[in-house]
Each structure stands twice: as structure tokens, then as C-alpha cells.
Design a protein around this ligand. Structure first.
Ligand code: NAP
Length: 287
């Protein structure tokens, strides 16, 4: 089975490396060619357009940045839809809007393709280690066809429902991610102001009721002064905006998420290309 992968960024690189390691042939494309060097050195095959990737692949994955990138990669003249073979499976792993996922599934079905939305959780570490959680929107039967491949990428694979529901599941997840990242920063700021030993405070939080993935994985990076992405500030801001738009459509209020959006908006003005652990920089004591 030949695999295509478009988007060789932080997440794509880790995922593609695992697919190559498992013995799959992987065709790749990325907007900036040089960012594909790692996977090309590991045996991936470069194709000149998303259409070319899809043409050589039974399953084509996309994992780009924003919904507008997904639209371009799928629907442009040289896009995935233009090159895919009839009956092939097309999977978007980008964190994108539920609406766009529904539209792509509909257009794809009209053109004779099987489409899934399959955003992930687990961060750069999960991508590297093949331990992601994958939230799928679409048909169970299509998911079953690609489960062996997804099993290389992730440990937990969940069918969230019909097209777009994978993205809704991801939004519900990232509402929680934003909250734990902000809370982690406030805990640190408080502990520092109170003169506590931060290392021992960290151990108390992670082993008690304040524990979270964010505490486990981001606090050690803050201690080391490591603000590289990981998970980009600009991408979490994008996710919060998607979640708030969807909430508006569903007529629900998310005051905590609104506040998170304001804080990440402020942070992104100077630190958008850093990892989300840079949230502590909103407090001068951590700059
Ligand atoms: P990233 O490092 O920016 O990777 C995205 C890649 O897609 C970049 O290499 C970019 O190319 C490429 N791309 C964007 N638009 C393109 C286009 N039109 N044509 C071809 N390639 C294009 O971001 P990431 O951290 O891997 O995240 C990717 C997605 O996964 C985002 O939606 C993010 O929200 C989501 N996500 C991230 C994490 C995480 O922890 N990092 C976790 C879960 C989900 P360039 O090199 O030219 O910019």
C-alpha cells in the first residue's frame, strides 16, 4: 500500500518517519522543500505537487497549518482532488474547521473518493513516538480499511461520528489543552512569587490533582528555557478561534475559552512562532 503525506512540519515529520520505519513507501510534498529534508533522507519520495502525491498513493494524508492551507492543498488546480485515483482514501489530519471537513467529505464523495477528518492529540512527542490519539470523522468502514496504517501513527483511534465530528472532538480536546496550559503558567507564577522551590512544586502538581499532560511535558521545557515549538502559539490561537466560532453556531457560551483566546491573542503578537509553553512570558517574571 502506497502512502502520500502533504505537510512535513513538526507533526508530519514525526508521523512520516514512523510510516517509513514500518516499511511503507511514502510520497511527500511540502510548501517549503527544505523542511522535507529529514524525511527525504530517511527514504520518503518527493513529488512536485499535492496532485502528484495523491496520484501515486492509495491513502493520502494532509497535515498542514490552517483551514485555508487545507482548502488550497485539496481543491487547487494541483491539489489532492485533481490527482487522486478513483476509490482512494483521503485523510485530513490538520486541526481545521468542522464545516470544511464536511464540505471536503461531500465534494470527495461526489468525485468518488473516501474522505476522513482525523485530527490528532499528543503533541510533537506523540508524533515522534507513534503514540498519538486520532479522532476520526467519517465512515466506520473507511476507518477500518486504514486502521493498520493509523496503528503505526497512534495508540488510541476513536471514531467520533460522521464527517466533521473528528474536528469537533479535537476542538473539545483543545479547549482543555488551552485551560491546562494557562493554569500551569499561573501555578508557576504563584509558586515563584511565594518563594517556593519550583522543582518540588512541579512534583507536587504532577503527582496530585493538578496533574496534566501540559504540566508533565511543558514545565520541564520552561525550566530549561526551551520555548521551541512543540505546539505553536499561533496554532493554538487558531484552534481557540475555530472552537469559539463553532460554539457560536451551536449557541453556547464558553467564557473560559474566550479568556484563553484573549491571552493567546496577546501572546501571539510577539511569540506566535514559539511553543505554547511561552504562555509564562505573559508574566514579566518569566521573561
Ligand atoms: P508546522 O510545523 O507549521 O507544519 C505544517 C507544515 O505544512 C509546514 O511544513 C508547512 O509548510 C506545510 N504547509 C502549510 N501550508 C501548505 C500548503 N499550502 N502546501 C504545502 N504545504 C503546506 O505545524 P505542525 O505543528 O506540524 O502542525 C500541523 C497541524 O497539526 C496544525 O493544524 C496544528 O494545529 C495541528 N496539531 C499540532 C500539534 C503539535 O503539538 N504541534 C498537535 C496536534 C495538532 P512551510 O514549511 O512552508 O510552512
Amino acid at each position: 500500500m502506497n502512502i502520500g503525506f502533504i505537510g512535513t512540519g513538526v507533526m508530519g515529520t514525526g508521523i512520516i518517519n514512523n510510516l517509513l520505519q514500518a516499511g511503507y513507501e511514502v510520497s511527500v510534498f511540502n510548501r517549503t522543500h527544505s523542511k522535507a529534508n529529514t524525511v527525504l533522507n530517511n527514504g520518503a519520495i518527493w513529488r512536485d505537487t499535492p496532485a502528484k502525491v495523491a496520484q501515486y498513493s492509495d491513502i493520502t494524508f494532509t497535515m498542514v497549518g490552517y483551514p485555508k492551507d487545507v482548502e488550497e492543498v485539496w481543491t487547487s488546480e494541483d491539489g489532492v482532488f485533481a490527482g487522486a485515483k478513483e476509490g482512494s482514501i483521503l485523510v485530513d489530519m490538520t486541526t481545521s474547521t468542522p464545516r470544511l471537513a464536511e464540505q471536503l467529505a461531500q465534494t470527495g464523495a461526489d468525485l468518488g473518493f473516501k474522505v476522513l477528518d482525523a485530527p490528532v492529540s499528543g503533541g510533537d512527542i506523540g508524533a515522534k513516538n507513534g503514540t498519538l490519539t486520532i479522532m476520526v470523522g467519517g465512515e466506520q468502514q473507511v476507518l477500518d480499511e486504514i486502521k493498520p496504517v493509523l496503528g503505526v501513527i497512534g495508540q488510541q483511534i476513536v471514531l467520533a461520528g460522521s464527517a466533521g465530528k473528528g474536528q469537533h472532538m479535537k476542538m473539545s480536546n483543545n479547549i482543555g489543552v488551552a485551560a491546562t496550559v494557562i493554569t500551569m503558567a499561573e501555578s508557576l507564577v504563584y509558586a515563584k512569587a511565594a518563594g517556593l522551590d519550583l522543582e518540588s512544586a512541579y512534583n507536587v502538581w504532577r503527582k496530585g490533582a493538578a496533574g496534566s499532560w501540559s504540566v508533565d511535558n511543558y514545565i520541564p521545557r520552561i525550566f530549561q528555557g526551551d520555548y521551541a515549538p512543540g505546539f505553536y502559539v499561533k496554532h493554538l490561537l487558531k484552534d481557540l478561534r475555530i472552537a469559539l466560532d463553532a460554539a457560536k453556531e451551536m449557541d453556547i457560551d464558553l467564557p473560559n475559552t474566550q479568556l484563553a483566546e484573549q491571552l493567546f491573542e496577546r501572546l501571539s503578537q510577539e511569540h506566535g512562532d514559539e511553543g505554547v509553553q511561552a504562555i509564562v512570558k505573559l508574566w514579566a517574571s518569566f521573561e
